[in-house]
Design a protein around this ligand. Structure first.
Ligand SMILES: Nc1ncnc2c1ncn2[C@@H]1O[C@H](COP(=O)(O)OP(=O)(O)OP(=O)(O)O)[C@@H](O)[C@H]1O
Ligand SMILES: [Mg+2]
Length: 379
Protein backbone atom coordinates (compact mmCIF):
# COMPACT_ATOMS: atom_id res chain seq x y z
CA UNK A 1 0.00 0.00 0.00
CA UNK A 2 1.58 3.32 -1.04
CA UNK A 3 2.24 5.78 1.80
CA UNK A 4 -0.03 8.40 0.28
CA UNK A 5 -3.00 6.08 0.79
CA UNK A 6 -2.30 5.97 4.51
CA UNK A 7 -4.49 8.90 5.42
CA UNK A 8 -3.43 11.20 8.23
CA UNK A 9 -0.47 9.16 9.47
CA UNK A 10 2.45 11.18 8.12
CA UNK A 11 3.33 12.92 11.39
CA UNK A 12 2.93 9.71 13.31
CA UNK A 13 5.15 7.75 10.94
CA UNK A 14 7.86 10.42 11.03
CA UNK A 15 7.83 10.24 14.78
CA UNK A 16 8.31 6.49 14.70
CA UNK A 17 11.12 6.76 12.16
CA UNK A 18 12.90 9.35 14.34
CA UNK A 19 12.52 7.36 17.53
CA UNK A 20 13.68 4.11 16.01
CA UNK A 21 16.59 5.76 14.18
CA UNK A 22 17.67 7.16 17.52
CA UNK A 23 17.69 3.66 18.93
CA UNK A 24 14.59 3.98 21.12
CA UNK A 25 12.23 1.07 21.54
CA UNK A 26 8.59 1.96 20.83
CA UNK A 27 5.20 0.55 21.68
CA UNK A 28 2.31 0.97 19.24
CA UNK A 29 -0.91 -0.35 20.77
CA UNK A 30 -4.34 0.29 19.36
CA UNK A 31 -7.72 -1.19 18.54
CA UNK A 32 -8.27 -3.60 15.68
CA UNK A 33 -7.83 -2.56 12.06
CA UNK A 34 -6.74 1.01 12.64
CA UNK A 35 -3.57 0.67 10.61
CA UNK A 36 -0.84 -0.52 12.99
CA UNK A 37 0.61 -3.04 10.58
CA UNK A 38 0.39 -0.74 7.54
CA UNK A 39 2.16 1.97 9.50
CA UNK A 40 5.02 -0.14 10.76
CA UNK A 41 5.63 -1.70 7.33
CA UNK A 42 5.93 1.77 5.80
CA UNK A 43 8.16 2.91 8.68
CA UNK A 44 10.44 -0.09 8.14
CA UNK A 45 10.66 0.69 4.40
CA UNK A 46 11.71 4.24 5.24
CA UNK A 47 14.28 3.06 7.75
CA UNK A 48 15.75 0.71 5.18
CA UNK A 49 16.06 3.57 2.70
CA UNK A 50 17.99 5.37 5.43
CA UNK A 51 20.43 2.50 5.58
CA UNK A 52 19.07 0.53 8.53
CA UNK A 53 18.63 -3.23 8.52
CA UNK A 54 15.10 -4.27 9.34
CA UNK A 55 12.95 -7.19 10.38
CA UNK A 56 9.22 -7.76 10.73
CA UNK A 57 7.90 -10.62 12.86
CA UNK A 58 4.22 -11.45 13.26
CA UNK A 59 3.87 -13.26 16.59
CA UNK A 60 0.33 -14.38 15.91
CA UNK A 61 1.27 -17.21 13.55
CA UNK A 62 3.87 -18.85 15.78
CA UNK A 63 2.73 -21.90 17.72
CA UNK A 64 5.79 -22.35 19.95
CA UNK A 65 8.99 -20.55 20.88
CA UNK A 66 10.99 -22.36 18.22
CA UNK A 67 8.50 -21.16 15.61
CA UNK A 68 8.75 -17.61 16.87
CA UNK A 69 12.54 -17.86 16.91
CA UNK A 70 12.58 -19.13 13.33
CA UNK A 71 10.47 -16.22 12.19
CA UNK A 72 12.94 -13.86 13.75
CA UNK A 73 15.92 -15.64 12.23
CA UNK A 74 14.27 -15.52 8.79
CA UNK A 75 13.56 -11.81 9.18
CA UNK A 76 17.14 -11.07 10.23
CA UNK A 77 18.74 -13.23 7.55
CA UNK A 78 16.69 -11.65 4.77
CA UNK A 79 18.77 -8.49 5.17
CA UNK A 80 21.88 -10.43 4.24
CA UNK A 81 20.57 -13.06 1.83
CA UNK A 82 17.91 -10.99 0.10
CA UNK A 83 15.51 -13.94 0.11
CA UNK A 84 12.67 -14.88 2.40
CA UNK A 85 12.80 -17.93 4.61
CA UNK A 86 16.53 -18.47 4.26
CA UNK A 87 16.75 -20.31 7.56
CA UNK A 88 15.45 -23.41 5.76
CA UNK A 89 18.56 -23.18 3.60
CA UNK A 90 20.78 -22.70 6.62
CA UNK A 91 19.33 -25.88 8.13
CA UNK A 92 19.95 -27.80 4.92
CA UNK A 93 23.55 -26.65 4.77
CA UNK A 94 24.09 -27.37 8.46
CA UNK A 95 22.80 -30.90 7.86
CA UNK A 96 25.25 -31.36 5.00
CA UNK A 97 22.58 -31.16 2.31
CA UNK A 98 22.31 -28.88 -0.64
CA UNK A 99 20.11 -25.84 -0.23
CA UNK A 100 17.09 -25.78 -2.56
CA UNK A 101 17.68 -22.24 -3.69
CA UNK A 102 20.89 -20.46 -4.42
CA UNK A 103 22.24 -18.98 -1.22
CA UNK A 104 25.80 -18.13 -0.50
CA UNK A 105 27.46 -19.49 2.59
CA UNK A 106 28.13 -16.02 3.92
CA UNK A 107 24.44 -15.23 3.65
CA UNK A 108 23.42 -17.80 6.21
CA UNK A 109 26.66 -18.17 8.12
CA UNK A 110 25.20 -16.01 10.87
CA UNK A 111 22.64 -18.70 11.63
CA UNK A 112 24.57 -21.90 10.98
CA UNK A 113 25.27 -22.62 14.61
CA UNK A 114 21.63 -21.98 15.46
CA UNK A 115 20.54 -24.37 12.74
CA UNK A 116 22.24 -27.15 14.68
CA UNK A 117 20.66 -26.25 18.01
CA UNK A 118 18.17 -28.92 19.05
CA UNK A 119 17.14 -27.51 22.41
CA UNK A 120 14.12 -25.25 21.85
CA UNK A 121 14.89 -22.90 24.74
CA UNK A 122 18.53 -22.42 23.72
CA UNK A 123 17.45 -22.01 20.11
CA UNK A 124 14.96 -19.31 21.07
CA UNK A 125 17.54 -17.42 23.11
CA UNK A 126 20.07 -17.69 20.31
CA UNK A 127 17.54 -16.32 17.85
CA UNK A 128 16.85 -13.39 20.15
CA UNK A 129 20.57 -12.54 20.07
CA UNK A 130 20.77 -12.53 16.28
CA UNK A 131 19.72 -8.90 15.72
CA UNK A 132 22.56 -7.77 17.95
CA UNK A 133 25.06 -9.98 16.15
CA UNK A 134 23.92 -8.52 12.84
CA UNK A 135 24.26 -4.98 14.18
CA UNK A 136 27.74 -5.71 15.51
CA UNK A 137 28.96 -7.31 12.27
CA UNK A 138 27.63 -4.66 9.92
CA UNK A 139 27.95 -1.61 12.12
CA UNK A 140 24.45 -0.67 10.99
CA UNK A 141 21.35 0.08 13.00
CA UNK A 142 18.98 -2.89 13.17
CA UNK A 143 15.25 -2.31 13.69
CA UNK A 144 12.96 -5.23 14.48
CA UNK A 145 9.18 -4.99 14.74
CA UNK A 146 7.13 -7.57 16.64
CA UNK A 147 3.51 -7.41 15.50
CA UNK A 148 0.70 -8.80 17.71
CA UNK A 149 3.33 -8.98 20.42
CA UNK A 150 0.82 -9.97 23.12
CA UNK A 151 0.48 -13.34 21.36
CA UNK A 152 4.12 -14.18 22.14
CA UNK A 153 3.19 -14.37 25.82
CA UNK A 154 0.95 -17.36 25.12
CA UNK A 155 3.85 -19.48 23.87
CA UNK A 156 5.17 -20.22 27.32
CA UNK A 157 5.20 -19.04 30.92
CA UNK A 158 8.44 -17.06 30.80
CA UNK A 159 8.64 -15.95 27.18
CA UNK A 160 8.41 -12.24 27.97
CA UNK A 161 11.03 -12.46 30.72
CA UNK A 162 13.44 -14.26 28.42
CA UNK A 163 12.89 -11.70 25.66
CA UNK A 164 13.37 -8.76 27.98
CA UNK A 165 16.58 -10.24 29.35
CA UNK A 166 18.02 -10.84 25.87
CA UNK A 167 16.95 -7.44 24.52
CA UNK A 168 18.09 -5.51 27.57
CA UNK A 169 21.66 -4.78 26.63
CA UNK A 170 21.57 -5.04 22.85
CA UNK A 171 23.56 -2.24 21.31
CA UNK A 172 22.56 -1.00 17.88
CA UNK A 173 19.13 -2.64 17.89
CA UNK A 174 15.80 -0.82 18.24
CA UNK A 175 12.56 -2.72 18.75
CA UNK A 176 8.99 -1.81 17.86
CA UNK A 177 6.23 -3.69 19.66
CA UNK A 178 2.74 -3.66 18.19
CA UNK A 179 -0.50 -5.15 19.31
CA UNK A 180 -4.22 -4.92 19.34
CA UNK A 181 -4.87 -6.16 22.84
CA UNK A 182 -4.18 -2.86 24.52
CA UNK A 183 -5.05 -4.03 28.00
CA UNK A 184 -2.46 -6.79 27.98
CA UNK A 185 0.24 -4.62 26.42
CA UNK A 186 -0.40 -1.75 28.78
CA UNK A 187 0.09 -4.03 31.76
CA UNK A 188 3.18 -5.61 30.29
CA UNK A 189 4.86 -2.27 29.55
CA UNK A 190 3.62 -0.02 32.31
CA UNK A 191 3.02 -2.07 35.44
CA UNK A 192 5.86 -2.25 37.88
CA UNK A 193 7.28 -5.74 38.10
CA UNK A 194 6.08 -6.80 34.66
CA UNK A 195 8.62 -8.08 32.15
CA UNK A 196 8.64 -5.08 29.82
CA UNK A 197 8.09 -2.38 32.43
CA UNK A 198 9.29 0.92 30.93
CA UNK A 199 11.19 -0.87 28.20
CA UNK A 200 9.57 1.00 25.29
CA UNK A 201 8.14 4.44 24.68
CA UNK A 202 4.40 4.18 24.07
CA UNK A 203 3.47 6.27 21.03
CA UNK A 204 -0.25 6.79 21.10
CA UNK A 205 -1.98 5.93 17.86
CA UNK A 206 -5.69 5.76 18.66
CA UNK A 207 -5.84 9.32 19.98
CA UNK A 208 -2.86 10.88 18.19
CA UNK A 209 -3.30 14.64 17.92
CA UNK A 210 -6.48 14.36 20.01
CA UNK A 211 -8.42 12.94 17.07
CA UNK A 212 -10.58 9.88 16.95
CA UNK A 213 -8.43 7.02 15.63
CA UNK A 214 -5.65 9.62 15.51
CA UNK A 215 -6.64 10.99 12.11
CA UNK A 216 -7.62 14.64 11.62
CA UNK A 217 -10.98 15.05 9.79
CA UNK A 218 -9.29 17.58 7.49
CA UNK A 219 -6.86 14.92 6.33
CA UNK A 220 -9.80 12.74 5.31
CA UNK A 221 -11.46 15.66 3.56
CA UNK A 222 -8.39 16.51 1.47
CA UNK A 223 -7.60 12.91 0.69
CA UNK A 224 -11.12 11.95 -0.35
CA UNK A 225 -11.72 15.04 -2.46
CA UNK A 226 -8.44 14.54 -4.33
CA UNK A 227 -8.84 10.81 -4.70
CA UNK A 228 -12.34 11.10 -6.15
CA UNK A 229 -11.33 14.05 -8.32
CA UNK A 230 -8.66 11.83 -9.88
CA UNK A 231 -11.49 9.54 -10.94
CA UNK A 232 -13.50 12.53 -12.14
CA UNK A 233 -16.01 12.22 -9.32
CA UNK A 234 -17.15 15.18 -7.23
CA UNK A 235 -17.72 14.79 -3.51
CA UNK A 236 -18.75 17.83 -1.49
CA UNK A 237 -17.95 18.60 2.14
CA UNK A 238 -21.43 17.61 3.30
CA UNK A 239 -21.05 14.15 1.80
CA UNK A 240 -17.63 13.74 3.39
CA UNK A 241 -19.09 14.77 6.75
CA UNK A 242 -21.94 12.31 6.30
CA UNK A 243 -19.48 9.58 5.38
CA UNK A 244 -17.27 10.26 8.39
CA UNK A 245 -20.32 10.37 10.65
CA UNK A 246 -21.32 6.93 9.45
CA UNK A 247 -17.86 5.41 9.88
CA UNK A 248 -16.63 7.49 12.81
CA UNK A 249 -13.50 8.00 10.72
CA UNK A 250 -12.36 4.45 11.43
CA UNK A 251 -9.59 3.92 8.84
CA UNK A 252 -10.57 0.59 7.39
CA UNK A 253 -14.33 1.20 7.58
CA UNK A 254 -13.98 4.58 5.87
CA UNK A 255 -11.82 3.16 3.10
CA UNK A 256 -14.24 0.28 2.63
CA UNK A 257 -17.23 2.60 2.16
CA UNK A 258 -15.18 4.76 -0.24
CA UNK A 259 -14.16 1.78 -2.34
CA UNK A 260 -17.77 0.57 -2.50
CA UNK A 261 -18.87 4.10 -3.40
CA UNK A 262 -16.32 4.36 -6.16
CA UNK A 263 -17.29 1.07 -7.83
CA UNK A 264 -20.96 1.85 -7.46
CA UNK A 265 -20.52 5.23 -9.15
CA UNK A 266 -18.37 3.83 -11.89
CA UNK A 267 -20.84 1.07 -12.71
CA UNK A 268 -23.75 3.51 -12.65
CA UNK A 269 -21.74 6.14 -14.59
CA UNK A 270 -22.44 8.73 -11.90
CA UNK A 271 -20.22 11.78 -11.42
CA UNK A 272 -21.60 13.39 -8.27
CA UNK A 273 -21.85 11.75 -4.86
CA UNK A 274 -25.36 11.90 -3.38
CA UNK A 275 -26.81 10.83 -0.04
CA UNK A 276 -28.58 7.92 -1.72
CA UNK A 277 -25.44 6.58 -3.37
CA UNK A 278 -23.62 6.94 -0.07
CA UNK A 279 -26.32 4.94 1.70
CA UNK A 280 -26.04 2.10 -0.81
CA UNK A 281 -22.24 2.09 -0.54
CA UNK A 282 -22.54 1.95 3.24
CA UNK A 283 -24.72 -1.15 3.07
CA UNK A 284 -22.31 -2.78 0.65
CA UNK A 285 -19.33 -2.01 2.90
CA UNK A 286 -21.16 -3.34 5.94
CA UNK A 287 -21.60 -6.64 4.12
CA UNK A 288 -17.93 -6.69 3.18
CA UNK A 289 -16.90 -6.04 6.78
CA UNK A 290 -19.03 -8.88 8.06
CA UNK A 291 -16.08 -11.23 8.43
CA UNK A 292 -13.92 -9.18 10.79
CA UNK A 293 -17.03 -8.07 12.67
CA UNK A 294 -18.25 -11.63 13.11
CA UNK A 295 -14.81 -12.48 14.48
CA UNK A 296 -14.85 -9.66 17.03
CA UNK A 297 -18.37 -10.66 17.95
CA UNK A 298 -17.53 -14.29 18.60
CA UNK A 299 -14.51 -13.23 20.66
CA UNK A 300 -16.94 -11.39 22.89
CA UNK A 301 -18.89 -14.61 23.31
CA UNK A 302 -16.00 -16.09 25.28
CA UNK A 303 -16.62 -13.93 28.32
CA UNK A 304 -19.88 -13.88 30.17
CA UNK A 305 -22.20 -10.89 29.60
CA UNK A 306 -19.93 -9.20 27.05
CA UNK A 307 -22.25 -9.73 24.09
CA UNK A 308 -25.26 -8.82 26.17
CA UNK A 309 -23.77 -5.58 27.48
CA UNK A 310 -22.30 -4.76 24.06
CA UNK A 311 -25.79 -5.11 22.60
CA UNK A 312 -27.22 -2.79 25.20
CA UNK A 313 -24.54 -0.21 24.41
CA UNK A 314 -25.17 -0.54 20.67
CA UNK A 315 -28.91 -0.14 21.15
CA UNK A 316 -28.49 2.75 23.52
CA UNK A 317 -30.56 0.68 25.98
CA UNK A 318 -30.54 0.78 29.76
CA UNK A 319 -27.24 -0.68 30.86
CA UNK A 320 -28.13 -1.71 34.35
CA UNK A 321 -30.93 -3.98 35.42
CA UNK A 322 -34.40 -2.56 35.15
CA UNK A 323 -37.87 -4.07 34.95
CA UNK A 324 -37.61 -4.63 31.23
CA UNK A 325 -34.03 -5.86 30.91
CA UNK A 326 -32.86 -9.23 32.19
CA UNK A 327 -31.19 -8.80 35.53
CA UNK A 328 -27.44 -8.75 35.21
CA UNK A 329 -25.81 -7.88 38.51
CA UNK A 330 -24.42 -4.36 38.48
CA UNK A 331 -20.80 -5.41 39.17
CA UNK A 332 -21.01 -7.76 36.19
CA UNK A 333 -22.22 -4.97 33.93
CA UNK A 334 -19.40 -2.75 35.13
CA UNK A 335 -16.88 -5.50 34.59
CA UNK A 336 -18.18 -6.06 31.07
CA UNK A 337 -18.01 -2.34 30.29
CA UNK A 338 -14.46 -2.23 31.56
CA UNK A 339 -13.51 -5.18 29.40
CA UNK A 340 -15.16 -3.66 26.32
CA UNK A 341 -13.26 -0.41 26.93
CA UNK A 342 -9.97 -2.23 27.45
CA UNK A 343 -10.52 -3.91 24.09
CA UNK A 344 -10.93 -0.49 22.53
CA UNK A 345 -14.50 -1.27 21.52
CA UNK A 346 -16.56 1.12 23.59
CA UNK A 347 -15.88 4.48 25.12
CA UNK A 348 -17.50 6.23 28.06
CA UNK A 349 -19.42 9.39 27.25
CA UNK A 350 -20.57 10.18 30.75
CA UNK A 351 -22.25 8.69 33.77
CA UNK A 352 -23.74 5.39 32.65
CA UNK A 353 -23.42 6.44 29.01
CA UNK A 354 -21.25 4.54 26.59
CA UNK A 355 -20.96 4.23 22.83
CA UNK A 356 -19.19 2.12 20.26
CA UNK A 357 -15.83 3.51 19.16
CA UNK A 358 -16.48 2.09 15.71
CA UNK A 359 -20.00 3.03 14.60
CA UNK A 360 -20.17 0.39 11.87
CA UNK A 361 -19.38 -2.34 14.35
CA UNK A 362 -22.10 -0.90 16.57
CA UNK A 363 -24.49 -1.13 13.64
CA UNK A 364 -23.41 -4.72 13.03
CA UNK A 365 -24.11 -5.57 16.67
CA UNK A 366 -27.56 -3.96 16.49
CA UNK A 367 -28.42 -6.06 13.47
CA UNK A 368 -27.08 -9.29 14.92
CA UNK A 369 -28.99 -8.70 18.14
CA UNK A 370 -32.09 -7.71 16.18
CA UNK A 371 -31.94 -10.91 14.17
CA UNK A 372 -31.48 -13.08 17.22
CA UNK A 373 -34.62 -11.60 18.70
CA UNK A 374 -36.43 -12.32 15.45
CA UNK A 375 -36.72 -8.65 14.61
CA UNK A 376 -36.28 -7.48 11.04
CA UNK A 377 -33.06 -5.47 11.00
CA UNK A 378 -33.76 -1.80 10.69
CA UNK A 379 -32.43 -0.09 7.61
N1 LIG B 1 -4.68 5.70 7.67
C1 LIG B 1 -5.26 4.87 6.79
N2 LIG B 1 -5.74 5.33 5.62
C2 LIG B 1 -6.30 4.48 4.74
N3 LIG B 1 -6.45 3.16 4.94
C3 LIG B 1 -6.01 2.64 6.07
C4 LIG B 1 -5.38 3.47 7.06
N4 LIG B 1 -5.04 2.68 8.10
C5 LIG B 1 -5.44 1.44 7.78
N5 LIG B 1 -6.01 1.41 6.57
C6 LIG B 1 -6.55 0.21 5.94
O1 LIG B 1 -7.25 -0.53 6.93
C7 LIG B 1 -6.97 -1.92 6.84
C8 LIG B 1 -6.42 -2.43 8.15
O2 LIG B 1 -5.10 -1.92 8.33
P1 LIG B 1 -3.96 -2.71 9.12
O3 LIG B 1 -4.03 -4.15 8.82
O4 LIG B 1 -2.70 -2.00 8.89
O5 LIG B 1 -4.45 -2.43 10.61
P2 LIG B 1 -4.04 -3.15 11.96
O6 LIG B 1 -4.26 -2.14 13.02
O7 LIG B 1 -2.72 -3.77 11.85
O8 LIG B 1 -5.17 -4.27 12.04
P3 LIG B 1 -5.21 -5.62 12.95
O9 LIG B 1 -5.71 -5.19 14.28
O10 LIG B 1 -6.21 -6.47 12.23
O11 LIG B 1 -3.84 -6.19 12.96
C9 LIG B 1 -6.01 -2.08 5.67
O12 LIG B 1 -6.77 -2.46 4.55
C10 LIG B 1 -5.43 -0.72 5.47
O13 LIG B 1 -5.13 -0.51 4.12
MG1 LIG C 1 -2.08 -5.74 12.21
Amino acid sequence: MPARDLVGRETYMRRLVERLSDGNHVLVAGPRRIGKTSIILEVLRRLRRRGALIGYVDCLGATDIRGLGERLVDAVLENVSGVERSFEQAKAIAAGMRPSVKVKYEHIELALQLARETNAQRFFEGALDLPRTLAARTGKRVVVAFDEFQAAGRLGPRVFDVMRTRFQAQKGVAYAFLGSEEGILEQLFSEKGRAFYRFAVPIDLAEAGGHRFGIAPDDWLTYLRDKFAEKKIAIDDTSVDRLLDATGGHPQDTMQVCAALYYLMRDAAQRVVTADLLAIAYEQALRELERPFALHWSELGKQKYLQLVATRVAQGAVLFASETTPAVPRPEVLRALESLSARGLVTRLGRGRYEFVEPMFGEYVRRVAGNEAGIVPKR
